[in-house]
Design a protein around this ligand. Structure first.
Ligand SMILES: [Zn+2]
Length: 231
């Protein structure tokens, strides 16, 4: 194998490795978003539990208030029925009425607080649910697909690394250095193929003498400076 052909093969391997690396980075980002989805699911569950607790507290206070109001109604009926005549018994009923009144006032205050708290937990739950829906629409069901793609790309990258090592053994150090330098300066692409008389990296038309030179040994594109492969 000529050096230029080996460099061309190396370029193909490296370009593919670059694309794989780029896609693996994209997938890493998507999987990070997936973690955001998991967090959003947990946040929604938490806000739902908190809202359910707040609702239970509100119902308990409503029940208790209803029961104390019933007691007051019974107390008032007895007090104004005219059937209780004993002054001590009447006084007891009046004291009970006052106590029930205080208890009702206290429960009404607590119920109002509970209702305000419930409004906040319901709003937080709705907000968490909306955030979850947005993420689900974007990422739902993709996790396994990305993991599969990642493992395929990693396997391919391993195979390519093997090919790369074998190609490197066929290259003299100065050719490899020139290639790596060009790769750095030319956005990853050091070798261009001649396609219908033009450089397929930059598109410049090449003089026939340069094409001839590329066929015989090493030549560089007169426009972009890349190594030309004439095969
Ligand atoms: Zn060129």
């Amino acid at each position: 194998m000529g050096i230029t052909f080996t460099l061309y093969r190396l370029q193909q391997v490296d370009s593919r490795l670059d694309r794989i690396q780029q896609r693996l980075e994209e997938i890493a980002g998507l999987l990070t978003d997936q973690q955001a989805l998991t967090r959003a699911q947990a946040a929604f569950q938490q806000s739902k539990d908190a809202d359910e607790k707040a609702a239970q507290r509100q119902r308990r206070l409503e029940d208790e208030l209803a029961s104390v109001r019933n007691k007051r109604q019974a107390n008032q009926q007895r007090l104004y029925s005219g059937q209780v005549k004993n002054p001590k018994a009447l006084q007891d009923l009046q004291e009970e009425a006052a106590a029930l009144e205080r208890r009702i006032g206290e429960l009404e205050d607590r119920l109002l607080e509970a209702m305000i708290a419930r409004e906040a937990t319901a709003a937080a739950r709705d907000e968490a649910q909306n955030a979850l829906r947005v993420l689900e629409a974007r990422l739902g069901g993709q996790h396994a697909i990305w993991l599969e793609e990642r493992s395929q790309l990693e396997a391919e990258a391993n195979r390519l690394q093997g090919q790369r090592r074998s190609l490197l053994t066929q290259l003299p150090a100065d050719a490899l250095n020139a290639y790596e330098n060009l790769r750095q300066r030319k956005r990853g692409r050091a070798v261009a193929r001649i396609d219908e008389g033009a450089c397929d990296a930059c598109g410049a038309m090449l003089p026939p003498s340069l094409i001839q030179q590329a066929r015989q040994g090493q030549a560089h594109c007169s426009a972009c400076g890349r190594i030309l492969y004439a095969g």
